[in-house]
Design a protein around this ligand. Structure first.
Ligand SMILES: NC(=O)c1ccc[n+]([C@@H]2O[C@H](COP(=O)([O-])OP(=O)(O)OC[C@H]3O[C@@H](n4cnc5c(N)ncnc54)[C@H](O)[C@@H]3O)[C@@H](O)[C@H]2O)c1
Length: 262
């Protein structure tokens, strides 16, 4: 009997990386899961079927686009209609764009803010009524070390992640008497497609080679000189869903190899 038996988790942006690891960790603890995100349909179906097979839970997929408030509301409604409740929400979908501020296009700014910040607002407002009715809930936002510190060329991302940290605290205070916790996890660099994709732009912006970007830019700020793993982040998310974490709310939890200690 897993600690999440009978519970349902919606994880945004869970077709790869941290989100997929969270969905698999929750399923391993017995939760039914709704996965979401972009990607090649066959790959997504493989990931969904693997969750169902590996953990003997239900796993469904929603293609909801996190830039569209109506689709975000429909994602939560899908979880409630399919499984009777959404007990755990992980706001994890995210994109990155790296550019000097004067070349940062308005379209890229809007997309990063929409997916990394506003989507969490839309999902939280949709999920809270059901959680309040049932008197239990866990909301986890994937923030970043960039919710605490900045790096050049990441204006929208850093703004969105600082915003997520503030949203987390506000929601935690509002729900403190409802047995619903809201926390954010702030990883340092985790080796995922999101990180891999930003390397070419960083190479161009900083006029560096690939190995220089990895060692002298990405891992430069991480005192352990190692990437965080998606499984480590997922384990923390699972802990936040446990009864032992019932009194943790409004926290911004670093998992960054010492980055923000410096
Ligand atoms: N990888 C890191 O080093 C790192 C560090 C700190 C924080 N984070 C955060 O972790 C989260 C997950 O990132 P990741 O590193 O696992 O990257 P990833 O690229 O593997 O995952 C991002 C997910 O978001 C989804 N997504 C993107 N745009 C979407 C949209 N419009 N609608 C729905 N889904 C969308 C993708 O399809 C994918 O499933 C992000 O919020 C990111 O900012 C990552």
């Amino acid at each position: 009997m897993g600690i999440l038996n009978g519970k349902t988790a919606v994880v945004t942006g869970s077709t790869s990386g941290i989100g997929l690891a969270c969905a698999r960790a929750f399923a391993g603890a017995g939760a039914n899961v709704v996965i979401n995100g972009m990607g090649v349909p066959a790959d997504i179906e493989t990931a969904r079927a693997a969750i169902k097979r590996d953990f003997a839970v239900e796993a469904i997929y929603s293609p909801a686009d996190m830039t569209k408030p109506s689709e975000i509301a429909a994602l939560i409604a899908l979880g409630e209609a399919s499984f009777g409740s959404v007990d755990i929400l992980v706001n994890n979908a995210g994109i990155q764009h790296v550019s000097p501020i004067e070349d940062f296009t308005a379209e890229k700014w809007d997309a990063v803010i929409a997916i990394n910040l506003s989507a969490a607002f839309h999902a939280i407002r949709a999920v809270v009524p059901g959680m309040k009715k049932r008197g239990w809930g866990r909301i986890i936002n994937t923030a970043s070390a960039h919710s605490m510190v900045a790096s050049p060329f990441k204006s929208a991302y850093v703004a969105a992640k600082h915003g997520i940290a503030g949203l987390t605290k506000t929601v935690a205070l509002e729900l403190a008497r409802s047995k619903i916790t809201c926390n954010c996890i702030s990883p340092g660099y985790v080796w995922t497609p999101l990180v891999e994709k930003q390397i070419p732009n960083t190479m161009a912006a900083r006029r560096m080679r690939r190995d220089e970007v990895i060692n002298d830019v990405l891992l430069a700020a991480q005192p352990t000189k190692e990437f965080v793993t998606v499984e480590q982040v997922a384990s923390l998310a699972l802990f936040l869903c446990s009864d032992d974490a019932a009194q943790m709310t409004g926290a911004n939890l670093s998992m960054d190899g010492g980055w923000t200690a410096a």
